[in-house]
Design a protein around this ligand. Structure first.
Ligand SMILES: Nc1ncnc2c1ncn2[C@@H]1O[C@H](COP(=O)(O)OP(=O)(O)OP(=O)(O)O)[C@@H](O)[C@H]1O
Length: 528
């Protein structure tokens, strides 16, 4: 190929100022978080006048825009042409500066990714077979083709590592973009946070070295019920780095085996221990044989998801702390140490700060778990940020349950909501409730929300959320009630009198974060 190119003088710069205008933003696009508004800004900077304005604050899935975004299609073509041109210049012997080489290297990453994506079926391939056969051969060939002329690392190992990283990017993108829905800023922030949880904020450093160490970082997901905490956990778990075998181009393990979810509130402490750690025969009454626990079966690229971590028995909290600290554990009834290779992801809708204050949750475990923390926004927060986000969500949820019938069903659901629910309807069950609403309207042409049909005097104030589902303990209830009375009266003496408790008891029951929240919202307490 180099033979057809006119010989250029050696002192000529590799990149012209005009090319640099495209190349600089492209270089950043190759490593940026696709869910931050920055992504759209960079596309605009690269395309200039050719940029087609987007009405969204950041990339999100809408019924209209799936994968073929016009700006990306344009950019990909431009990037491909520029990479081919620069490669040809390099082949003539033009010497590049270190900065030019860095920009060229980033451009090649961008081009290789989109060339590979173009070989996938429209539905995309997430399994390990995606890395096999012709796709790998053409990737390896292109990697060699672009790198060798620039003196950049070539060879199967370098190609396989980049291929593994790009495969991970693809899995993460699909897990986040396809599953975590919502066209509001809080939803966009959530997607960006999940991306960061997987790749950190610096993807270059991740590609260089951190890719093999992210299992050491536990993730704590907090947020109200029905806001997608499990969805987020799944996206993170199934998007961990998996190496590619340079001989075959296959991923060394299957990504879809990497997620195990345990609901800690649904199991007795003994069962939780046995599920997590495994046991040997006779470890407790009923342990009739050896059992391998989830910590043991979790692969290196996988994660164990501990849902409702706030409900974990204190004795097991100590054992879990050891797992996240030393990454080893023993089966019940055994003293042999076994390694834990995966990642721990925990979630709760409880206020862990209050749980710690009340002595029910260990601080040391909390600090080990929250090295990476993600907060899922409520549906109300999303709709308050962008009222149209509700319609977008309804349409996408309708697609999930009714396929091609989605547009018609979405109109019915939206009409029902507008006519029958107040505009400030709290959506206490969040997106799970919205899903139920969609299903109910599909089946019965109506939805019976619990709170709306009740007389307003019977509705629960926000600080009692969960009480109607019997999710609160008696102590929780007392703490919240004391906090709420104190928030209104702002005086321990008066609060104690009203509550019929002594002053010190009231003081000890105050939940500081709930207090801050109540003061912030100035939520009125109904007169007693
Ligand atoms: N952002 C979202 N995008 C799409 N679907 C969502 C989102 N959030 C929640 N859902 C849907 O709502 C339902 C509940 O989600 P999930 O179980 O992940 O919530 P959760 O926060 O873990 O709830 P809980 O605290 O009760 O366990 C699921 O069907 C999920 O697909």
């Amino acid at each position: 190929m180099a033979h057809n190119v006119t010989q250029l003088p050696r002192h000529m710069p590799l990149i012209t100022p005009h090319e640099a205008e495209l190349l600089r933003p492209l270089s950043r696009l190759a490593y940026c978080n696709p869910f931050l508004p920055e992504r759209l800004e960079l596309e605009q900077a690269a395309l200039g006048g050719e940029y087609e304005p987007e009405e969204h604050v950041a990339w999100s899935r809408t019924a209209a825009s799936h994968y073929e975004r016009p700006n990306v299609v344009r950019l990909t073509a431009l990037a491909d042409r520029l990479a081919t041109k620069l490669r040809a210049k390099l082949a003539t012997g033009v010497t590049a500066t270190a900065e030019e080489l860095r920009l060229y290297d980033d451009l090649v990453v961008y081009v290789l990714y989109y060339r590979w994506i173009a070989t996938l079926s429209p539905a995309g391939v997430s399994g390990h077979k995606a890395a096999v056969g012709p796709a790998w051969e053409s990737f390896r060939h292109a990697h060699q083709h672009f790198h060798e002329v620039a003196g950049l690392p070539t060879g199967d190992d370098a190609a396989a590592h980049l291929f593994a990283c790009l495969h991970q990017v693809r899995r993460a993108f699909r897990g986040i973009f396809d599953c975590i829905l919502g066209d509001s800023l809080p939803a966009a922030r959530l997607r960006a946070q999940v991306w960061q949880s997987i790749f950190t904020h610096d993807m270059r450093r991740y590609r260089r070295s951190l890719y093999s160490q992210m299992g050491d970082f536990s993730t704590l997901i907090t947020g109200p019920s029905g806001t997608g905490k499990e969805l987020v956990a799944r996206a993170i778990a199934l998007s961990q780095f998996i190496a590619v075998d340079p001989q075959t181009g296959r991923l060394c393990s299957k990504p879809d085996l990497g997620f195990v979810a345990i609901n800690l509130s649904a199991l007795s402490p003994t069962l939780v221990e046995s599920e997590l750690f495994g046991h040997c025969r006779g470890a407790y009454t009923g342990a009739v044989g050896d059992r391998t626990g989830w910590l043991e079966t979790c692969p290196e690229h996988g994660a164990v998801f501990l849902d409702e971590i706030g409900e974990l028995d204190p004795a097991i909290q100590v054992k879990l702390l050891r797992v996240v600290q030393s990454r080893s554990f023993c089966r019940l009834g055994e003293t042999t140490e076994r390694p834990f290779k995966g990642k721990v992801i925990a979630a709760t809708n409880r206020d862990l700060a209050a749980e710690m204050q009340a002595g029910r949750f260990r601080e040391d475990l909390y600090y080990r778990l929250c090295s990476d923390r993600i907060e899922t926004p409520s549906l109300r927060e999303q709709v308050d940020d962008r009222p149209e986000a509700l319609g977008g969500l309804i349409l996408l949820l309708c697609e999930r349950v009714a396929g091609d019938e989605a547009p018609g069903l979405a109109v019915e659901v939206q009409r029902w909501i507008e006519q029958r629910l107040p505009t400030d309807y709290p959506w206490q069950g969040n997106i799970r409730e919205l899903e139920q609403c969609v299903r109910n309207v599909l089946v019965r042409q109506e939805y019976a929300p619990r709170t709306v049909d009740q007389p307003s005097a019977q509705r629960l104030p926000g600080w009692l959320a969960g009480a109607d589902e019997h999710k609160l303990s008696a102590d929780d209830l007392l703490r919240r009630f004391c906090t709420s009375v104190y928030a209104r009266l702002d005086n321990y003496e008066h609060a104690a009198k009203q509550l019929g408790l002594d002053r010190r008891t009231v003081r000890s029951k105050i939940d500081s974060s709930l207090l801050a929240e109540l003061r912030h919202k100035e939520e009125p307490l109904k007169p007693s």
